[in-house]
Design a binder for this molecule. Structure first.
Ligand SMILES: [Zn+2]
Length: 303
């Protein structure tokens, strides 16, 4: 395994050298192997939906001599990269496990199982589906780097209701594994169709925090880009990182659908190592239902 090399004062990492073990042993953004860790649990909704592992109560009837009685959940670790502060779940899901988690996302089966483990979820889901409207701030961030008429591909775009410029694009394509019907004006495309086009804008919004290998997704998306394309990446800056700072991994004791918590440094490393130039990166602060949400907005083009 090669060590990261330094070019123009910045370390680079060749993603073809990234390990694909079930339990991660290196940073998914910079390849660093100097990882800090703390024990955590995989939330029961996720462990049930992905692995079929339900929480149990171990009691005397189990007849175990060396195991203590009590609640048992799926354990895991929180990992933090010492080089770029990327914070992540050590478990990496396979493609078929991702399919189990995200098929018919927030549909009936998903919602009823989640309600079982997380009472009150169904009501919160209605609010989530109603959405938070900050489209204007996304469009104003991107507009200086775009030319019209626009062609848009929303990678992981769900129904398309949150796609920027959706009413102002000559082409509005969506690639998504959730298999939901899309809004009027949008077209569902396969990867093959997406890769046979080059789009002026590709949106990958609130997706990379869910996937096992963010770099793999960026390399796929690059197939639909040319020198004039802008890739818009949006991921949350999570509250534990805002509140706990550099040692936030010590406070990260549970993992749900967001398995990657990015920092500015880790996002820049990820983009650079994946062959992208960061055109602009900023934090967007939003108020929603009495809470403060922070998003990283990153516009990139091919290097
Ligand atoms: Zn790192």
């Amino acid at each position: 395994m090669a060590n990261p090399i330094t070019v123009s004062g910045k370390s680079t990492f060749d993603f073809s050298e990234l390990g694909r073990e079930r339990i991660a042993t290196q940073c998914l953004c910079c390849g660093g192997r100097n990882l800090k860790s703390t024990p955590a649990v995989l939330m029961p909704f996720v462990s049930h939906r992905v692995f079929g592992w339900e929480p149990v109560i171990i009691d005397e009837s189990w007849g175990l001599q060396t195991v203590k009685t009590g609640n048992a959940y799926s354990i895991c670790k929180s990992l933090a990269c010492s080089d770029c502060d990327f914070l992540f779940l050590d478990i990496r899901f396979s493609p078929s496990e991702m399919e189990k988690l995200y098929q018919d996302y927030r549909g009936d089966d998903y919602t009823s199982l989640r309600e079982l483990y997380e009472p009150g979820y169904a009501l919160r889901n209605e609010n989530l589906n109603a959405g938070i409207d900050y489209m204007g701030q996304v469009e104003s961030f991107l507009e200086p780097y775009l030319t019209f008429p626009l062609t848009v591909l929303d990678w992981g775009g769900d129904t398309g209701k949150n796609t920027p410029f959706k009413g102002r694009s000559d082409v509005f394509d969506i690639y998504d594994i959730s298999s939901k019907p899309v809004i009027d004006g949008a077209r569902i495309v396969s990867k093959e169709v997406a890769f046979s086009n080059q789009y002026k804008l590709i949106v990958c919004s609130n997706v990379l925090e869910h996937v096992s290998y963010p770099s793999d997704m960026i390399f796929e998306i690059k197939n639909a880009m040319d020198k004039g394309s802008i890739l818009y990446i949006e991921v949350p800056l999570e509250n534990v990182q805002i509140n706990a700072g550099p040692d936030s991994y010590l406070k990260k004791k549970h993992w749900h659908e967001h398995i990657n918590f990015f920092t500015e440094t880790s996002l820049r490393r990820l983009a650079m190592n994946a062959g992208l130039e960061v055109v602009e990166l900023r934090e967007l602060v939003l108020q929603f239902a009495g809470k403060t949400l922070v998003m990283f907005q990153m516009a990139c083009r091919l290097q």
